[in-house]
Structures are given as structure tokens and as C-alpha cells.
Design a protein around this ligand. Structure first.
Ligand SMILES: Cc1ncc(COP(=O)(O)O)c(C=O)c1O
Length: 503
């Protein structure tokens, strides 16, 4: 038990009322977790997804989740049918693993502004924001106009188009890159940046970090899965945000073996965990002293600062990867940076080739230009303001409910929800600006996370089922308040489960 200093909030906080009389916390009828066994009209799908119900030691939470799933299934019969139909052709019923959630994911049929409409006619405020790509909302008039110009001028030229170099100019000027190349996805951008670093240095090893995500074939979750589709490069995995731990890992590498260091300024898929400035600076120095290429993956974080998040933190990359929002909502990726590296892709130098049928697709080039104009420096700041305000409100609420857990700086450590040695609060919020995540820790983390996802759906709010949230430009303070109120209801309903702390 912690001794001395301030008493911990969870020790002093009184249980807060959670009935209909609580001003911000009512238990609506559909949300009374009665523990109804799942004998609904539908057979609940099972599968290889780790089911939050498995392994829980709390019958009360298990009942709550069963009940939430039953309600969800009964309320969304068309999505359920759509999922069943999809399983005939897609393994698992989807073509993006992370979109799956139990008992089955919602299927959407339409969207506008920051709202999504499901097949079952449910309308949800979209707090997922297409995992940071959907920053312009679902039908921004300027993006629509850009698409309409493509409808007029046609597409699939099989040649250079009159828009690609304009987007290249905008990207290079904004992110201070000497030269850039476009791809279709962030994954391809990572693949190309690594390939460039290997060719440039003539070395093989790539230093990456625990819970780092750079694409479907370049990611390093903790714990490591037994099998994966990660590329067979010589990846050296070091602990994120841990300078001495990384030093230890690097110490054991042969001299002159490190080709690249690949890092996100804020880990996105890893849970919206910001790198510390000292860690990024340390990596810059490490790249300088070893001759490795520092690749900063700003696929998600380029939205957080006008010139990129690493530059805001005072760190200059050798190469930067980009993607997501920069295509204006269309498929996009890019890698670029120092001329001496990127010039390898100049065909006159005859060193490296880079092709891709859709690298300059007219839709992405045109909407990309429109998007770069919309997401001005002022808009970056405005969205950051809304996001930071939301993070502050959520953190404060958890404090009020005594869900502070053991004091720790969750932003300074890599988050490992399954590692009980990291003494995290049972529920906490991390992130920067409009890119944040709600986490759960402890033995019931999985089930609480699933309950939270369903709780928000019941309040017409859609987030990524893993707890990731990204704001789009159409999200207003009113939407944030709606989220905060739903979040408070959850904290109130489950405060007894959330206030236990690992000590
Ligand atoms: C930091 C980061 N890099 C790369 C990628 C891969 O981008 P894409 O999904 O476009 O391949 C992602 C995707 O989420 C990402 O978050």
C-alpha cells in the first residue's frame, strides 16, 4: 500500500449515487443489466475473437455484458443478417479485422457530417472518425465539390495527372520534406520508408517499439501473437518511452547494423499514448550516433500539429510517413524527407523503383488538395482545443468517481493492459488533441471495455471497440458533452468495479 503523501482519491472518494435522481446519471430501462440469459431469437455468434466473457471472475459483469449483447442483437437484426451474409465470403465476415466486435459489428448504410446510420436505422455520433482518416466528416461540401470535379474530368488516366504535383508541393511545404512519394496506404508508406532506409544504409536491422503500429504487416503488439503476417525484416523491439530500456536493447546489437529507427510520436493503435519529448530526442541522437535513418510515422499524428507532431516536439525526422486524413478521405499514404535518401527513387539515378497503380489516383489527388486547404493551421488548433478539453473533462470525471487508481503517469509509459505489474487505474484516458483512447486495466479489463463500447452504442455514440476515439471537424462541444454525460453514466454504474486498484 502506498504510504505518505496525499491520500489516494480512490481511498477517499465516496460512492456516488447512480439512480434516476442523480442529475447526470440515470439508468435507462434498456440498460438495466438483469443478467437475462442469452436465449434470444438469435444464436449468439462465437468465434476466435477473444471473448470478453471468457475468463471473467465477476458474474455481475458477465451478466451485464450478456444482457448488453442481447439488447444489441435484438435492436440490430439487419446488421446481424448482414454479418451472417458476409461470413459466407469474408473469413470472419469482414475485410478489416479491427472492425469486428462481438456479438457482431454494426453495418452502416449511410453517413453525413459526424453521424453514421446503421442498417437498422440507428443514428450514431461518430467518435471513431475512421481511425483519424475521417477528419472532414462524411460529406464535407468542399470534399464533395472536389469529387464532383473528378466526376466531370474522369479518372484512371494511366498517366501523370495535373493534380499530383500540386498535392506533392502542399505536402512537402507543410511537413518540410525535401521530396515525397505517394502510396495508397500508410502500410505501404512504412514498407517503402523501411526499404529506402535499408538501401540507403546498406544495413538490415530496424529498431521498433512495443505496441508500435505501422501497418498490418508492421506492428508489434504486446504480448506478441504466436503467428502473424509481420514482414520478415530484422526488427529489434525495444520498450516504448523507455530510454534506458531501449539503450539496453541497442547495446546488444552489432556495430553498424541499425538501418532505421521507426517510431510514432503518439502511438495510435497502441492506445493514443504520446511519446515523451525526451524519448523522441533520444531517438534522434541515437540515429545520429549510429548512422540509422530516423523514420517518424506521422500517419495518424500529422493531424495534431500543422508541421507534424515530431517537429512540434523539436525533433526532425530523416524520413516521415503519412496517410489517413491527407487523402481528403480517400485512400492515401506518403513517405518523404531528406533529399539524399529520397533521390534514390529518381529513375535517373537508377537505384530504387517505386510503382503502384493507384499511387496518383485522381480521386485522392483531388480530394487531398481540398483537404489540405480545409485543415488549416487554425483548424488544427481548433480541433486540438476540443480534443484536449474532452480529455480534461473525462479525466476529471474519473477523479470525481474515485477511479484514479494508483498514481502513475500513464502517458509516460507504454501501456500494457495485460501486464499486472503496471499499476494502472482500472479506467483511464490517454491522448492528445482529437486523438484519444479510453483504457481499462486489471483482470476485468476486457469485459469492462466491451461493456463500455455497448454502453456508448446505447447512447447513440460510436467509437472503435478497442476504445480508440478520433474527432472530426464536425464534432462540436455539444457532441463532446453528450459523450461526457454517457461516460459519466458508465463511471457511475460501474464505479464499484472501477475503483479497485492494483497495489
Ligand atoms: C501510425 C500508423 N502507421 C501506419 C498505419 C497504416 O495505415 P493504413 O491502414 O492506411 O495502411 C496506421 C493505421 O492505422 C497507423 O496508425
Amino acid at each position: 500500500m502506498e504510504t505518505g503523501g496525499e491520500p489516494l482519491a480512490f481511498m477517499t472518494a465516496k460512492r456516488r449515487s447512480c439512480d434516476n435522481t442523480h442529475p447526470n446519471c440515470f439508468v435507462d430501462r434498456t440498460h438495466q443489466f438483469s443478467g437475462t440469459p442469452v436465449t434470444s431469437r438469435f444464436k449468439m455468434p462465437t468465434g476466435t475473437t477473444v471473448d470478453a466473457l471468457k475468463g471473467t471472475k465477476s458474474p455481475r459483469l458477465a451478466d451485464a455484458l450478456q444482457s448488453a449483447r442481447t439488447n444489441f442483437t435484438n435492436a440490430n437484426p439487419r446488421s446481424f443478417q448482414s454479418h451472417l451474409q458476409a461470413t459466407k465470403f469474408f473469413p470472419g465476415g469482414n475485410t478489416r479485422t479491427l472492425l469486428h466486435s462481438l456479438p457482431f459489428p454494426l453495418t452502416f448504410k449511410a453517413a453525413h457530417s459526424c453521424y453514421l446510420t446503421s442498417l437498422d436505422d440507428g443514428t450514431y455520433v461518430d467518435f471513431c472518425g475512421e481511425y483519424t482518416s475521417g477528419i472532414f466528416g462524411h460529406n464535407h461540401p468542399t470534399i464533395k465539390e472536389a469529387i464532383e470535379t473528378v466526376l466531370q474530368t474522369g479518372w484512371n488516366y494511366g498517366g501523370i495527372n495535373d493534380r499530383e504535383s500540386e498535392l506533392a508541393r502542399m505536402v512537402c511545404e507543410r511537413f518540410k520534406l525535401d521530396l515525397v512519394r505517394f502510396t495508397n496506404t500508410g502500410t505501404e508508406a512504412s514498407i517503402m520508408a523501411i526499404g529506402a532506409a535499408l538501401a540507403y544504409t546498406g544495413r538490415k536491422s530496424v529498431l521498433v517499439f512495443s505496441d508500435g503500429f505501422h501497418g498490418n504487416v508492421i506492428n508489434f503488439p504486446v504480448p506478441r501473437p504466436e503467428k502473424s503476417v509481420v514482414l520478415p525484416h530484422q526488427f529489434i523491439i525495444a520498450p516504448f518511452n523507455d530510454i534506458s530500456g531501449t539503450d539496453q536493447v541497442v547495446l546488444y546489437q552489432p556495430a553498424d547494423s541499425l538501418a532505421a529507427i521507426l517510431v510514432e510520436p503518439v502511438q495510435g493503435a497502441g492506445g493514443a499514448i504520446p511519446a515523451t519529448s525526451s524519448f523522441l530526442q533520444y531517438l534522434r541522437n541515437l540515429a545520429n550516433s549510429t548512422g540509422a535513418v530516423l523514420i517518424i510515422d506521422e500517419t495518424m499524428t500529422s493531424r495534431l500539429s500543422y508541421h507534424g507532431q515530431a517537429r512540434k516536439m523539436g525533433v526532425q525526422p530523416d524520413l516521415m510517413t503519412l496517410g489517413k486524413w491527407i487523402g481528403g478521405g480517400m485512400t492515401f499514404g506518403a513517405f518523404g524527407g531528406k533529399g539524399r535518401i529520397m533521390e534514390m527513387f529518381d529513375q535517373d539515378n537508377g537505384i530504387l523503383a517505386h510503382s503502384g497503380t493507384f499511387n496518383n489516383n485522381v480521386f485522392s489527388m483531388t480530394t487531398g488538395i481540398a483537404g489540405m486547404k480545409i485543415y488549416s493551421e487554425e483548424e488544427v488548433e481548433r480541433l486540438n482545443g476540443i480534443g484536449n478539453g474532452m480529455i480534461t473533462r473525462l479525466k476529471k470525471l474519473l477523479e470525481q468517481y474515485g477511479v484514479t487508481g494508483h498514481p502513475c503517469d500513464e502517458n509516460a509509459k507504454g501501456i500494457n493492459e495485460v501486464c499486472p505489474s503496471i499499476r494502472l487505474p482500472r479506467m483511464y484516458v490517454s491522448g492528445v488533441g482529437g486523438m484519444l483512447a479510453v483504457h481499462f486495466s486489471g483482470p476485468e479489463a476486457r469485459i469492462l471495455k466491451s461493456l463500455f463500447f455497448h454502453h456508448l452504442l446505447q447512447h447513440d455514440i460510436y467509437i472503435a471497440s478497442r476504445g480508440f476515439i478520433s474527432l472530426c471537424l464536425d464534432i462540436t462541444e455539444e457532441h463532446v458533452t453528450k459523450f461526457v454525460e454517457a461516460f459519466e453514466k458508465f463511471a457511475c454504474l460501474f464505479q464499484d468495479d472501477l475503483r479497485f486498484c492494483w497495489i
